[in-house]
Design a protein around this ligand. Structure first.
Ligand code: GLA
Length: 400
């Protein structure tokens, strides 16, 4: 049986000269959950089943979250024919059964591997087994693969990620391909035909503005990651997205920092992959992750990332063109004290050369909707007055 499967693998490798990526899988930024930020290597089928249940019962599924992704360390060993097995102690029912469970709840199943012989967590990577692993994943019902860049010495990034893209495509099962090479080789320049999203930076961590030094690498706070997105917005669009890493909402920052982080990722048209424990979220965390008006900004069909339109004394205004001539604007307070805003729309003409859009309140009158207070706040013919708390945001939607 396994010999026949191996023969099939060889056969379909040879049939895939014109491989490409699956189109129309990520027309808006993917939304889901991933185990890494909160659980690291402590993954099990119990955690994944409970998380799947929580995704439904918390309202996250209804809000649009879809993918349940197991990150590193699910692996056992390869069998004598090279087929990868899950860790039998932590995944006793096997991955096919787990995938069936996730699918039975109307959700999708994601998994993780690495271009090298070993993953970042030292588990078996896919190097030399790309087509065989892709076939196994498709058999398990995988819908999303995050593919990492540890132990990649001597590999060409374009070649390594394209090989796995081709292997996935050859399975004929539509699988979202999430490229995780930390922005090291400027994936925005080459990954559009390869993946559906690519990490733009090293790992995120749950702090506002810190660098956590791990010796050979660092993880970064929210503001640090935000600042690394400079210039990248021209590369994102429906089908392929800049990925500033998964969410840290609910993992230890203050509620206002979580709100700011979530709003900024929404403004950046970033993939929204929750990274907290969905089984025991506070009401506050749940309300942040499921704010439908903020999610609508993220999932807007135009898929245009926000840009920093103004900045003064630690207060930034980020602007995102939306469908139907709407705009989202995010007032971000990076500083340690609250800031008063007196914003005269008419004096603040905003021009977006990339999207070829203009915001001109002298010409057009917009209605103002505060997306966190969930309140209509009049129109742009009056000066906008608000207070933005420290490490917080005010996000509004402007509609003609
Ligand atoms: C890398 C990735 C993380 C996570 C870990 C797993 O650091 O960037 O997102 O997948 O590996 O080991």
């Amino acid at each position: 049986m396994k010999q026949t499967l191996l023969l099939l693998i060889v056969l379909f490798c040879s049939l895939t000269a014109d491989a490409q990526k699956f189109e129309n899988l990520a027309l808006t930024p993917p939304m889901g959950w991933n185990s890494w930020n909160r659980f690291g290597c402590n993954v099990s089928e119990k955690l994944v089943r409970e998380t799947t249940d929580a995704m439904v019962s918390s309202g996250m599924k209804d809000a649009g979250y879809q993918y349940v992704v197991i990150d590193d360390c699910w692996h056992g060993t390869r069998d004598a024919q090279g087929f990868i097995q899950p860790n039998a102690e932590h995944f006793p029912s096997g991955m096919k059964a787990l995938g069936d469970y996730i699918h039975s709840k109307g959700l999708k199943f994601g998994i993780y591997s690495d271009v090298g012989a070993k993953t970042c967590g030292g588990r078996p990577g896919s190097r030399g087994y790309e087509y065989q692993d892709a076939l196994v994943y498709a058999g398990w019902g995988i819908d999303y693969l995050k593919y990492d860049w540890c132990n990649s010495e001597g590999l060409n990034p374009i070649g390594a990620f394209t090989t796995m893209r081709d292997a996935l495509y050859a399975t004929k099962r539509p699988i979202v391909f999430s490229i995780c090479e930390w922005g090291d080789n400027k994936p925005w320049d080459w990954a559009k035909p390869v993946g559906h999203l690519w990490r733009t930076t090293g790992d995120i961590t749950h702090c506002w503005d810190c660098e956590e030094n791990h010796g050979t690498w660092s993880s970064w706070g929210i503001m640090r990651i935000l600042d690394k997105q400079k210039g990248l917005r021209v590369h994102a669009k429906p089908g392929h997205w800049n990925d500033p890493d998964m969410l840290e909402v609910g993992n230890g920052m203050t509620a206002s920092e979580d709100r700011a982080h979530f709003s900024l990722w929404a403004m950046l048209a970033a993939p929204l992959i929750a990274g907290n424990d969905l089984r025991e979220m506070s009401k506050e965390t749940r309300e942040i992750l499921t704010n439908k008006e903020i999610l609508a900004v993220n999932q807007d069909a135009l898929g245009i990332q926000a840009f920093p339109a103004m900045s003064e004394d630690g207060l930034e205004v980020w602007a995102k063109p939306l469908s139907n001539g709407d705009w989202a604007m995010c007032f971000l307070n990076r500083g340690a004290t609250a800031k008063n805003v007196n914003f005269d729309w008419k004096e603040n003409f905003i021009k977006d050369d990339f999207a070829q859009r203009q915001f001109d309140a002298k010409k057009d009158k917009y209605k103002i909707r505060d997306l966190w207070a969930r309140k209509d706040l009049g129109k742009t013919d009056a000066v906008f007055k608000t207070v933005v708390q420290s490490h917080d945001v005010v996000v509004i939607r402007l509609s003609k």
